[in-house]
Design a protein around this ligand. Structure first.
Ligand code: ZN
Length: 308
């Protein structure tokens, strides 16, 4: 996948509406040196700690993937993280002046376009990665997540929403070009009845047809321009899965199979993998340059149990 560490060539800024708050949120992204990792920090709450993007710091997965607590929490990270993971960017700091990242068009295409426009720089230091020692499966009801050893990264995903969407299946063998053109443009999706329920609870206030695929009670797509791909929904499941796996901090080589998965099961699966030395092997590269320090405090967030 990605043998060397990467960062962006220059700082960049962007503003957009938050899906759940409906408010405009400003984001500033900065390069970081080798061995730094991906960090997030709230600038609207003085004293909020910088949070390393790790599975340990995930505190909520109910509607989106969130890291941190209270004033330090930042939500709706998955599409940005998928982009970072898919482009192989391993060192970055993201400052955000609100509780979530902007939803943009509901896909990862705007993030990929922004980061590629800023330039992605390969650093002179190899990257660690994980491989599988044996297969592992996690099931919850009819949801299934499975990984088998492989020397590449691939995902075979299926979804079904009986009465709303016919089953969709896609096998995606990772390449950066394929990720950008086939996975990034797929948008988040929801059922109209769920949107109405969320808005009645003051959530999804920034949600609309310009940032999500909305499916009505008869299974019809309400977006005037229809879908970007006939199987856009399962592509988006792969996008979310790649985003959630980015919280491992290092690529995991393996062949993954997902059926009806979501953020909560993705994080349970990732935590199970990362905490089982019998399953995962970490390959540490031979350092070619010394780690450099930078002025971010360590995260104050401890691991918490995920909502089931
Ligand atoms: Zn998503």
């Amino acid at each position: 996948m990605f043998r060397f560490q990467k960062t962006v060539c220059q700082p960049l800024k962007l503003s957009g509406v938050g899906l759940h708050t409906g408010k405009t949120i400003d984001v500033a992204i900065y390069p970081l040196p080798v061995n730094s990792g991906v960090w997030f920090q709230r600038t609207d709450t003085p004293g909020a700690p910088a949070l390393l993007a790790t599975s340990e710091n995930v505190t909520d997965t109910s509607l989106a993937t969130t890291i941190g607590h209270g004033d330090a929490a930042i939500s709706t990270l998955e599409h940005f993280l998928a982009t970072v993971g898919g482009l192989g960017i391993s060192n970055l700091k993201v400052e955000v002046n609100g509780p979530e990242l902007p939803i943009l068009d509901g896909s990862a295409a705007p993030w990929a376009s922004l980061l590629r426009k800023a330039g992605v720089k390969t650093l002179n230091s190899p990257r660690a990665f994980y491989s599988l020692k044996k297969a592992f499966t996690l099931t919850e009801g009819d949801k299934i997540l499975k990984v088998e050893p492989s020397d590449r990264f691939s995902v075979e995903a299926t979804i079904e929403f009986p009465g709303f969407v016919k089953p969709q299946r896609l096998f995606f063998k990772f390449s950066e070009a394929g990720f950008v053109s086939e996975i990034c443009p797929s948008r988040t999706f929801c059922l109209l009845k769920d949107v109405e329920l969320m808005k009645s609870h003051n959530r999804a206030l920034g949600g609309g047809l310009d940032n999500a695929v909305v499916i009505d009670n008869d299974g019809q797509i309400l977006n005037p321009d229809g879908l970007r791909f006939p199987d856009e929904l399962v592509r988006h499941k792969i996008l979310d899965f790649i985003g959630d796996l980015t919280l491992a901090q290092y690529p995991i080589l393996g062949h993954f199979t997902t059926h009806k998965t979501g953020h909560t099961l993705n994080q349970k699966f990732l935590r199970a993998l990362l905490s089982a030395p019998a399953l995962l092997e970490k390959h540490e590269p031979t350092p070619q340059s010394e780690p450099q320090s930078f002025d971010l405090p360590l995260p104050s967030v401890a691991a918490v149990a995920l909502a089931s």
